[in-house]
Design a protein around this ligand. Structure first.
Ligand code: ZN
Ligand code: ZN
Length: 257
């Protein structure tokens, strides 16, 4: 499987508009990989996109993605969904089949003035809506939804034959410690706070490192890297040296599993 990290940023992008912190100034001057757009992952094998942040059009252009046939949503939070209009961009006047959209086991309920947007898009044949209760086969890829313990977000086991990754783009603090998530070829998860210690949010040392210890993936790659961590691309590269088999993702990172 060939994955491309389209966006490695979090709910606040780097550079952040109107921000003159050193991280944002450097990103504005140098561009990628100092720049981090909203988190999104693409699986090239079957043209599968995971989540649609507002930056998704720019991300697809930046990484020269040729086609999107499937979109899988992890949860409703705005940083993962608000680029949903990419469906219109990708299908209007193109004569292509509707994009297969897989939502968690409930309605994403993106509404404007009381009108539900996704059923409207379905009526325009931009997409076909599916509820992903348990798992789905898309070509040779199997995607199994793993509900997180917070009750609203999901992670996914993505597999092809014996090759497996566990992808949890947000709320890693709520990853269930269960047998089937152990010993993955790769785990991709959101980076928790490096400094702030809020018990309701993922923290790097308390949660990310504990989860790695308990689930023992062969390697771990972090995404959803926030501007608010005030940490530069080069500083993350330095941090990597302190840990074994832990990597900080960046926009355009290729992950072969
Ligand atoms: Zn900034
Ligand atoms: Zn998020």
């Amino acid at each position: 499987m060939k994955f491309i990290m389209l966006g490695s940023g979090g709910y606040i992008r780097i550079p952040r508009a109107c921000c003159n912190c050193r991280v944002c100034i450097e990103a504005r001057e140098k561009g990628y990989p100092y720049k981090r757009l909203g988190q999104s992952l693409y699986l090239e094998d079957e043209n599968i996109l995971f989540d649609t942040p507002e930056d998704i059009n720019e991300e697809l252009n930046h990484l020269q993605i040729r086609e999107v046939d499937n979109i899988i949503y992890s949860h409703w939070h705005p940083d993962h969904t608000l680029g949903y209009r990419i469906m219109e961009t990708l299908r209007e006047n193109k004569g292509l089949n509707p994009i297969n959209v897989y939502m968690p086991g409930y309605d994403l309920d993106i509404s404007l003035r009381g009108n539900k947007v996704l059923p409207f898009f379905e009526s325009k044949e931009y997409c076909k809506l599916n509820i992903l209760e348990d798992n789905v086969n898309i070509g040779k890829i199997n995607i199994k939804r793993i509900p997180l313990t917070n009750g609203f977000a999901s992670g996914f086991i993505i597999s092809e034959g014996n090759n497996k990754i566990f992808y949890c783009p947000c709320h890693a603090i709520s990853i269930p410690i269960i047998e089937e998530l152990k010993n993955m070829d790769c785990m991709i998860m959101n980076l928790g706070n490096l400094y702030k210690d809020d018990t309701s949010l993922t923290n790097f040392k308390r949660d990310n490192l504990r989860i790695i210890e308990e689930l023992k993936p062969k390697k771990t790659i972090f995404t959803h890297i926030e501007e608010t961590e005030n940490t530069t691309y080069n500083e993350f590269k330095e941090m990597e040296k302190q840990y074994k088999d832990i990597y900080f993702g960046y926009d355009g990172m290729i992950i072969n599993v």
